[in-house]
Design a protein around this ligand. Structure first.
Ligand SMILES: Nc1ncnc2c1ncn2[C@@H]1O[C@H](COP(=O)(O)OP(=O)(O)OP(=O)(O)O)[C@@H](O)[C@H]1O
Ligand SMILES: [Mg+2]
Length: 253
């Protein structure tokens, strides 16, 4: 469904992404995991040609993406950018309708679908006339997800979609997102720096460092068979923190 074949990206001589290769099967979720600046966003943006790869090849749905016009390519790809990217001067309904309008949907269909998606993402219908600035961060994130999914694209690119939220809101938006029936058939590339999120959401994980993939595999592969100390420490650190906190709470009764 998605193939990244030796892709690299240089910015003015700096190698932000180095020789990255992976495959994502139909209906699978691939997580790009790593610390800030390791090249996750740059990698993701090459898939919808917001960034052009310096070298390498990307295939989506069996086609080399450099043979397609970016605006046509993007019709089959839902995208949630790292900073939510809602248009501040568009209402919630106008934001959600951006892609359906490009696809020349009938206004009645757009309204019906918008209402359905607001409901599925647990937002009240009257929010449709509000502006993003009038919504909380978690509510804005739900609108962003509705916008990415409304035209039913087979592929989703999600860049830290729950990143800016407090832990409680994050957990609830993530849970509602993971339970969406429409998500089950989607092929997803999800960027995160959160180990727990990667383990929960990923069928496969690529752990990145300094632009390269250090290890890729199933969550079990990375947890149980780390290829080096970096992988071990990356998972160990965050999971040790969680289990230490758990032990402390248990000891307190
Ligand atoms: N347009 C650009 N011009 C020059 N350098 C860039 C550009 N975009 C990204 N970089 C550099 O490429 C590297 C990777 O950036 P990228 O945004 O992919 O990281 P990231 O893994 O998404 O980080 P974060 O978790 O902070 O979002 C960084 O060193 C960054 O400074
Ligand atoms: Mg990023």
């Amino acid at each position: 469904m998605i193939v990244a074949d030796h892709i690299s990206k240089h910015f003015n001589g700096i190698e932000a992404v180095k020789d990255v290769s992976f495959r994502v099967g139909e209906g699978e979720t691939m997580v790009l995991l790593g610390t800030s600046g390791c090249g996750k966003t740059t990698t993701l943006k090459m898939f919808n040609r917001l960034i052009e790869a310096t070298s390498g090849r990307i295939e989506i749905l069996g086609k080399n993406i450099s043979d397609e016009k970016p605006e046509i390519l993007r019709r089959s790809i839902g995208y949630v950018s790292q900073n939510n990217g809602l248009f501040p001067h568009y209402t919630v309904a106008e934001n959600i309708a951006v892609v359906p309008k490009l696809l020349n949907w009938q206004p009645g269909d757009i309204q019906d679908h918008t209402a359905r998606w607001l409901e599925q993402l647990k937002l009240p219908l009257h929010f449709k006339t509000k502006y993003p600035g009038e919504l909380s961060g978690g509510q804005q994130q739900r609108v962003t997800i509705a916008r990415a999914l409304i035209a039913d694209p087979p592929v989703l690119l999600l860049d830290e979609p729950f990143g800016a939220l407090d832990p409680v809101t994050r957990a609830s938006v993530r849970k509602d997102f993971a339970e969406l029936p429409a998500l089950q058939q989607k092929t997803v590339v999800l960027v995160t720096h959160d180990v727990q999120e990667a383990l929960q959401m990923g069928d496969h994980i690529c752990l990145m460092d300094k632009g390269s993939i250090v290890q890729q595999g199933t969550p079990g592969d990375l947890l149980n068979r780390p290829v080096n100390d970096f992988v071990h420490a990356f998972f160990g650190q965050q999971l040790d923190d969680i289990s230490r906190i758990y032990e402390r709470i248990k000891a307190q009764g």
